[in-house]
Design a protein around this ligand. Structure first.
Ligand code: G16
Length: 544
């Protein structure tokens, strides 16, 4: 089948953010926009002729159309085989697992994660390398550079491929295998967790749970694993049909966007346990009745109890968390005498540590937790880990967390997001703060004294690459901490994220809300950066 060379010219806005390129659907629908970016990816890679690529997305609006375009470009560029999920669906962790299972050259994930979906909303694309994880910065930089110079892309003329049924078909020399999106992933989960024990938990009639798939990609995965393989009653998974607009919702598993689930757990007769995942299935939020579990605490609890889970029973080599994430897991690492790494925000920074065997578990405050079973964070995996702990300890999630605090102390943590800010204003606010950092140590703020102030820079311990400007950190004599950074995943204006943390060793002080425990720090954070003055906002849009 002849390759067609299409002349094009560069777009100036194709720099990948924290997790790939995310833009409005309308931007991606512009002639040549997606084609340019995909060709820029392929032009930045070497040695893929005849190789396998995994391709799939979270089912959001434009998923199918984009997939067909990418199939044609991949065929024209000489890939040998593409594996995709039925209906073009693959969760982000499932893409990672398939890349690893099939020793594929890499993968393309079509998702804008938790961002809303629909014709007026967001779309995204991300390249993953052969370890199953997001492309590292040197590759995303190369893709961006290429996108600024691109003058042609390759495609073929071929009708759309039928994605609705599993099977194998060909487009030119390219073999396309359409697989059940769930089976391989579910099989992998069975190798990690004690399914028999979790089945017993569901069977004894005392236990109940609700999993909110938020009308996004995790529904089919959760139904197969929880309701089919583990015997949870039908209806345990709610909003389990992936919809192109996610039902008009915002599939971000946090206290604001998963409000129906939160209301259920705070209402009368809630189930014993609840969880939610996001658009592409890599985030998780876990809840007990009237009890929210902060992602930093969740990571710490999983690390402290990993010996109870078959896939991790032989011990952890180390753990890692992103810099803004609470240091709860650091205390567990100390206790286990294993290393704990602090990385910049972005799952891609865990890849080298996982590949080198330096860490087994890792996580982020942004509701991401994962392990060496994949190279992406994994929402359902975290839920299964929790279920395995509930079954092994025969305690509630709240009891497990409270005992954890009793042993290790509690890291109170909150994140305040100010969304849709004027980008130039937000940048100016942080650059002013950056310029003042040197003068901050020693300054008193109410009853607190600033001890350290810097802009986080990370040297990858495996390959030595350096990433600078990864977040402004203010540390106080008391050990309290504030972090400021701008989100790298939004598509409109800027989102300012302010993270605040305070360690409380005394059990008598654990039973208060984070917002109460952190009230003074929150006020200091506003004052130091002048948030209200610069943004005109008196309160954040999202609090986690
Ligand atoms: C992505 C990244 C995460 C990051 C999160 C928030 O997650 O993979 O590592 O923590 O974005 O990033 P930011 O604070 O820059 O918005 P996802 O689930 O959106 O792919």
């Amino acid at each position: 089948m002849p390759v067609r060379i299409v002349e094009t010219s560069p777009f100036s806005d194709q720099r990948p953010g924290t997790s790939g390129l995310r833009k409005k659907v309308k931007v991606f629908q512009a002639p040549h926009y997606l084609e340019n970016f995909v060709q820029s990816i392929f032009d930045s890679l070497e040695g893929f002729a005849g190789q396998t690529l995994i391709l799939g997305g979270d089912g959001r609006y434009h998923n199918r159309e984009a997939l067909q375009i990418i199939l044609r470009i991949a065929a024209a560029n000489g890939f040998g085989r593409i594996i995709t999920g039925r209906d073009g669906l693959l969760s982000t962790p499932a893409v990672s697992c398939l890349i690893r299972k099939h020793r594929a050259f890499g993968g393309i994930v079509l998702s804008a994660s938790h961002n809303a979906a629909g014709p007026e909303e967001d779309f995204g694309i991300k390249y993953n390398i052969d370890n199953g994880g997001p492309a590292p910065e040197k590759l995303t930089n190369a893709i961006y550079q290429r996108s600024t110079q691109i003058d042609r892309y390759l495609t073929i003329d071929h009708a759309d491929v039928d994605l609705d049924h599993t099977g194998i078909c060909r487009v030119g020399n390219l073999e396309i295998e359409i697989v059940d999106p769930v089976a391989d992933y579910a099989d992998l989960m069975e190798t990690l967790f004690d399914f028999d024990r979790i089945k017993d938990l569901f069977a004894d009639g005392q236990f109940s749970m609700c999993f909110d798939a938020m009308s996004a990609v995790t529904g089919p995965y959760a139904r197969e694993i929880l309701e089919q393989r583990l015997g949870a009653p039908a209806g345990t998974v709610i909003r389990g049909e992936p919809l192109p607009d996610f039902g008009g919702g915002h599939p971000d598993p946090n206290l604001i966007h998963a409000r129906e689930l939160v209301a259920m757990m705070n209402g009368t007769a809630p189930p014993k346990f609840a969880a939610a995942s996001d658009g592409d299935g890599d985030r998780n939020m876990v809840l007990g009745p009237n009890f929210y579990i902060n992602p930093g605490d969740s990571l710490a609890v999983l690390a402290a109890n990993a010996h109870l889970v078959p896939g991790y029973a032989t011990g952890l080599s180390g753990v890692a968390r992103s810099m803004p994430t609470s240091a709860a897991v650091d205390r567990v690492a100390d206790h286990l005498a294993i290393p704990c790494y602090e990385t910049p925000t972005g799952w891609k920074f865990f890849g080298n540590l996982l590949d080198a065997g330096r860490i087994t578990l890792c996580g982020e405050e942004s509701f991401g937790t994962g392990s060496n079973h994949a190279r992406e964070k994994d929402g359902l995996w975290a839920v299964l880990f929790w279920l395995n702990l509930l079954a092994a300890r025969m305690q509630s999630a709240e009891e497990i967390v409270r005992q954890h605090w009793g042993k290790f102390g509690r890291n109170f943590f909150t994140r305040h997001d100010y969304e849709g800010l004027d980008a130039a204003n937000a940048e100016a606010m942080l650059s002013r703060l950056r310029n003042e950092l040197a003068a901050l140590p020693g300054q008193r703020m109410g009853s607190e004294t600033v001890k350290t102030a810097d802009d986080f820079s990370y040297t990858d311990p495996v390959e030595g690459s350096i990433s600078t400007n990864q977040g402004i950190r203010i540390g106080f004599e008391s050990g309290d901490r504030i972090v400021y950074r701008l989100s790298g995943t939004g598509t409109e204006g800027a989102t300012l994220r302010v993270y605040m943390e305070r360690y409380e060793p005394h059990a008598g002080a654990h039973d208060q809300s984070s917002q109460t425990a952190l009230a003074k720090l929150i006020a200091n954070a506003n004052e130091i950066a002048g948030i209200s003055a610069h943004t005109g906002r008196s309160r954040p849009d999202v609090i986690t």
